[in-house]
Design a protein around this ligand. Structure first.
Ligand SMILES: [Zn+2]
Length: 145
């Protein structure tokens, strides 16, 4: 088994677990952005979050809620939480086993989103409507989703 997270889940690699549920496990990231940076992973190996079952999806988000509450109550200065899920290498997914990052946020911690040039300009309604139509058409053409 080459998957790092499957090896963690099998106990072949050490981990600092936060919580375990029927279909998901939360443990600390070994390369934390900051103290408390947690990963929530499905027990079942799937590369993309789009392959998760409804139960797995629900348990991941419920686990994120619990972890988020307790990161803030347990860790000094953690006043907020950012959830991040990268799907695909181009999105920054480094381990090909779906996972949700729960990252505690502290004032002045130096971590945040990097936006492209031009971000913040309001997009024209016709542009938004055109993009929305493309996505709706894709959804309508694939009724299994
Ligand atoms: Zn895996």
């Amino acid at each position: 088994m080459n998957c790092t997270f499957c090896r963690v889940l099998a106990g072949e690699l050490p981990s600092s677990k936060i919580l375990e549920r029927d279909t998901v496990v939360a443990f600390l990231d070994v390369h934390p952005i900051n103290q408390g940076h947690t990963l929530i992973v499905p027990r079942r190996h799937v590369e993309s979050f789009t392959e998760l079952t409804p139960t797995e999806s629900a348990e991941i988000l419920e686990a994120a809620k619990v972890v988020g509450v307790h990161l803030k109550s347990a860790l000094t200065g953690a006043e907020g939480v950012t959830l991040s899920l990268a799907d695909g290498a181009v999105a920054g997914q480094e381990v090909p086993h779906a996972h949700l990052h729960v990252i505690p946020r502290r004032v002045g911690a130096g971590f945040g989103w990097k936006f492209p040039e031009g971000y913040g300009e309001k997009s024209p309604r016709e542009t938004l409507d055109g993009v929305a139509k493309l996505i709706r058409n894709s959804i309508d053409g694939n009724k299994t989703s």
